[in-house]
Design a protein around this ligand. Sequence first.
Ligand code: ZN
Length: 470
Amino acid sequence: MKKIAIFMMLFISVMASAQADTKPKNIIILFSDGATSSQYEFGRYSSALLRQQSFAVTDIVMANGQYQLMKTESANYFVTDSAAAASAMSIGYKVNNGAISMTPDGKTPPTIMKVAKEKGKRIGLLSTAPIYDASPAAFSVHAKSRRDNELIVNQYLELAPDVLMGGGSNYFLPNSFPGGKRQDGQNMIEAFQAKGYQYINTPEQLNQIKSSKLLGLFADEDLDYEIDRNSQETPNLAQMVTAALKVLNRDSKKSTNRGFVLFAENENTDSAGHQNDVAALMRDLWVFDDAVKVALEFQKQNPDTLVIVTGDHETGGFSPTYGRKNLGPAGTANYLNVRLEQLQQIERYKMSLKVFSDQFKAKTKQGASNTELNAYLNTLLQENFPGLILEDDLREKILTQSQLGSNSNYLPANILGLAIARQTGFYWGSSGHTPAPITVAAIGPGSHLFKGFDDNTAFAVKLRRLMGQK
Ligand SMILES: [Zn+2]
């Protein structure tokens, strides 16, 4: 018995050290900005009931892989922004809100993408936000401020990611061009092309990629929410991930090939949280999950791939719960409980609260009278939010463009978000970020490192270790 016990202990320790040395060739980081367990659980529940589909984030990556929780406070605040959170995850040090991988004393330890490049890996950056936005920027380059857009794009040219795709053509074009915003007069699209990049700007061009270096810019600024997206004009995240994996995995059989690191972000899950837009959030969680499924399919063909699903912070204090059906007596008989019926109601909405706000604000700027505005509001609601009841107190706030409260920064979106909550139970605690710990789910070689409760700076340490850097 004793011998068996010793043998078992030896076996376990050999297995553990073998596991510790496991280094994936490829790493795919799928990043849902603003999302953590409450959003993913909503994605799982709505996906099962409305699309009769499993939700890969919870049902595959978390269930069959590993997961951990990560705390997110920044160097200067309890509640982080995307820049500080992604910086901590990239360089392994805390930075102030708004900084891009630069510590409060001005240091710039190497980013994850710089380490990957040093290790001979190909690198790819994708986002539904402008590609120079806080999260992809902090994973790759350095800047004092997340607003230093020109500087960030200049550093991208120098870093030369093999794939760069998303929105944000405005800071690639001089301000003399339509939609261009660069003050320095440079045309960075041409600069990338001169470096051998194929430039694309439509979804169908994703099927015509010939080069091993790709720049894809599909909007001046953000790519549309899935609920608003025109599939002829804008690709979704799953389509971009599919194309990126083809480019990054070229010549994968060659002995010199060291694999790649891909960072793919859905920013719309954060924006939907800010706007308190449950219908937009649902569609964007589904399309994010479709991208996770693409990554898992790739992993099946290329088992030396680690797939990580994570984010930076929670947005909106997303809190579906039972409120009262009406202002009648409290008690369970008057509870509004969330189930299929409420999901079906939000599934009928056809427009994001952002587009609703933009259209309504445009009408107010035309100097419409109160009666005209009210009629316009009714038309917008009937056509795009069938079945939604807007109670008088909230209607009044929209028409008079009043504040909802000091915790509501996105108006009138947040007001309509509250109307939806009253009727469906999908409440929100804030229009901003919250310090809810963030889930890191991982599956594949190296996933064993992601368990327990850790700081977001540990993410960088683990990634470096997985790439063979101390
Ligand atoms: Zn945000």
